[in-house]
Design a protein around this ligand. Structure first.
Ligand SMILES: [Zn+2]
Length: 148
């Protein structure tokens, strides 16, 4: 027997994987392959082995899905914006489609122009980007503001 025998020989790792997949506990695996239970636990985490049911429970707090939705929207804006950016870098936003609150729909950009309550208050009304509430120019603005 050589002086230093590595704990984890290829065979042991294979055995570990097989026993782990078979659903044995860490203690049982340790006994079968002749290493300490701690060594088994350490190796399992290093190998990133996961059991279907015993995997770490995902924490679903009530605020989480909302946050994810927000970041999804942000990614969506970013993607749309970066595509636009290459085409119309600093092109002024055309406001030829001004519309009132009552005319807003899924086909109109809902970016408010001027101050709410002012006599000339209206919305942009340009055709919005797919899946976004704003036209390309205002999506860009919205993203810049929310990124601050
Ligand atoms: Zn707009």
């Amino acid at each position: 027997m050589s002086a230093i025998q590595p704990t984890w020989t290829t065979e042991r790792i294979e055995l570990l994987k097989i026993h782990f997949a078979a659903g044995l506990t860490c203690r049982e695996i340790a006994e079968r392959i002749g290493v300490s239970r701690n060594a088994v636990i350490g190796k399992i985490s290093r190998l990133n082995l996961m059991r279907d049911k015993a995997g770490p429970a995902r924490k679903e707090r009530s605020g989480e899905p909302r946050k994810r939705a927000a970041s999804r929207l942000r990614r969506q804006i970013l993607r749309a914006v970066s595509v636009e950016e290459t085409r119309a870098a600093e092109e002024p936003i055309a406001n030829g489609h001004r519309c009132s609150l009552f005319e807003l729909s899924k086909q109109t950009c809902r970016w408010p122009l001027s101050t709410p309550g002012a006599a000339d208050f209206c919305f942009c009304g340009n055709p919005p980007l797919e899946g976004l509430p704003y036209c390309p120019g205002h999506s860009r603005l919205a993203y810049r503001i929310s990124a601050r």
